[in-house]
Design a protein around this ligand. Structure first.
Ligand code: FEO
Length: 396
């Protein structure tokens, strides 16, 4: 349902209640998402961002409730990823006189996606366009989270539209942050940050400082996914500053897969050792756990302990995806350790230790390997491993 979020500024986006995975199947979206697009009426009419392609006609119908799409003067494409640019072909067909505004890098990525004959105007940080009473001001935000990413600010309304930044994959009937369940909202905002923005954490405080240095008032932050921050909008900016610092909490996650329960028993003994030493942990069986939820836990915890039985001199393949993420997301300030069972030839512990080192997660100590089913001595060694990890967590 179209909503006027402030005078003459309309949310014309789409709520996608049914989507369970994003980026193909890479990112779980348990609570759906929304594709937020904003229509601004002034002497000129501007549309900021669109929606994912399958919802393009819904977007056009929403725009029609407010204005004739043919009267749109500017279409701002803050980012070429298709969940925001997918509606561009339909919009540009319905708005033949509109000029498309893109970032410098967008001048490459938008044509790269659509190969269309659109007239593009590329802008740089500080450039502005007058809509009549108010102006749109552009702030490039490269690698937050694509090279083309850009924020758009509307003067007079003090409205920041930062595209993906500060968003959440969170389908809701309400549009504003003060109207929804706060626990769910921050859970989704954190999951979004941990799974998408972590590798770019060094850039986040710089961009925020740049924004604050502009000394422009911000009354509302309207991202391209989830709810709009109108109640204390800077609270999500503060959260981003905190998350970007990557100062994890003094606890651990224990990830494992198991064939015949030997590695599971070891995982539980490690958790006991952690708990006896006063450090909380969460265990995840990676054959069934949601990878993105686990990554959100990893983001928050100081220690990551990974276990696998040996299979073909290596590890169980169910662990491979999260190891790829550990390498790619480049978590900072972690410590790690490995464990696992084996039968005739070992190999899993060494391989997991190599993976942790490749992810630049230093090892607390040598891992624990147990042959066949773990003995009482093996389990005691696992508890010792837990205690050693706990000591390192507390020391950090
Ligand atoms: Fe980078 Fe929501 O797309």
């Amino acid at each position: 349902m179209v909503q006027e979020i402030m005078p003459n500024v309309y949310w014309v986006g789409v709520v996608d209640w049914g989507i369970t995975h994003f980026h193909g199947h890479e990112l779980s979206t348990h609570r759906g998402t929304s594709y937020n697009a904003y229509l601004i009426l002034d002497e000129k009419i501007a549309l900021v961002d669109t929606v994912w392609g399958p919802f393009a006609e819904d977007l056009i119908a929403n725009i029609r409730q407010v204005a004739d799409p043919a009267k749109i003067d500017y279409v701002i494409a803050n980012h070429a990823e298709v969940d925001h640019s997918g509606g561009l072909p339909a919009v540009m067909a319905a708005a033949p006189k509109a000029r498309m505004i893109v970032s410098q890098k967008g001048a490459d990525s938008i044509p790269g996606h659509y190969h269309a004959d659109w007239e593009l105007q590329s802008v740089s940080t500080g450039d502005s366009i007058s809509l009549g009473e108010n102006e749109l001001v552009f702030i490039e935000a490269p690698m937050l989270h694509w090279p083309d990413s850009m924020f758009t600010y509307l003067t007079g309304k003090n409205l920041l539209m930062p595209n993906d930044a500060f968003g959440q994959h969170y389908a809701t009937a309400f549009r504003f942050n003060d109207q929804v369940n706060q626990e769910e909202l921050f859970e989704e905002a954190l999951k979004y940050y941990a799974n998408i923005l972590t590798p770019f954490s060094r850039l986040v405080p710089k961009k925020i400082e740049e924004l604050l240095a502009l000394k422009v008032p911000v009354d509302m932050i309207a991202p391209s996914h989830g709810v709009i921050w109108r109640d204390n909008p800077l609270q999500i900016v503060e959260k981003y500053q905190q998350w970007a610092a990557q100062q994890p909490e003094p606890r651990a996650v224990v990830l494992y897969d198991t064939m015949w329960q030997a590695t599971r028993k070891m995982a539980e003994a490690i958790a006991e050792g952690l708990a006896e030493a006063g450090v909380d942990s969460k265990l995840f069986h990676m054959a069934t756990a949601d990878r993105n939820d686990v990554l959100t836990e990893v983001f928050q915890a100081k220690a990551i302990v990974i276990g696998s039985p040996t299979l073909n001199n290596g590890i169980l393949p169910s662990l491979t995806p999260i190891l790829e993420d550990l390498r790619g997301l480049r978590f900072q300030n972690k410590i790690g350790a490995a464990f696992g069972s084996y039968g005739w030839a070992g190999g899993s512990v060494k391989r997991l230790e190599q993976e942790l080192e490749a992810a630049k997660i230093p090892l607390v100590r040598e891992g624990v390997a147990a042959r066949w089913q773990p003995t009482e001595d093996d389990l005691a060694e696992c508890r010792k491993l837990g205690a050693d990890v706990a000591a390192a967590v507390k020391q950090a």
